[in-house]
Design a protein around this ligand. Structure first.
Ligand code: CUA
Length: 159
């Protein structure tokens, strides 16, 4: 039998506890709380994406009652989102597909889990459900040039 020092034994136990706790935290976040990690959904050409479906007609698509896709374009010079306003009914589940036509932007929707980095050439995707009526502003939270502070819009959840 190898002799393990008492303190070393405690460090091993502590390490195992931390591993188990972290694994549990990741599992609970993903499967119970429903936190999603934004991942690159698709690749696009930032030079032509604004002329190519579906981003040539940005905005909301109803897939089924209460289920929507929202296509959003982020742009610098002039700094804005297309569209700058999205209206959905209460209880709507919306999957956002967001991309940039030029530089790196951000897309954060207040009061939701939507918080993404928007890179030219990639489509970022996240889904959320609006269970509260009201206005949910979205903002660019990655510095993208002198008009960065003008990049905002809002989601209006109608009761
Ligand atoms: Cu777009 Cu900051």
């Amino acid at each position: 039998m190898i002799h393990v020092h008492t303190y070393e034994k405690w460090w091993i136990v502590l390490s195992v506890i931390m591993l188990v706790a972290l694994t549990a935290a990741v599992g609970i976040s993903a499967f119970v709380v429903g936190i999603q990690v934004p991942s690159p959904e698709a690749r696009v050409d930032p030079k032509t994406v604004a002329q190519t479906p579906p981003f040539d007609n940005p905005g909301l698509r109803e897939l089924a009652p209460g289920k929507y896709d929202a296509y959003v374009l982020a742009q610098a010079s002039p700094w804005k989102y297309y569209p700058s306003e999205i209206r959905v009914p209460l209880g709507a589940t919306v999957t956002f597909y967001v991309t940039s036509v030029d530089v790196q932007h951000g897309f954060k929707v207040d009061g939701t889990n939507i918080n993404m980095q928007i890179l030219p050439g990639q489509v970022s995707k996240l889904t959320t459900t609006f269970n509260q009526a009201g206005e949910f502003p979205y903002v660019c939270h990655e510095y993208c040039g002198v008009g960065h502070q003008n990049m905002f819009g809002k989601i209006i959840v109608e009761p």
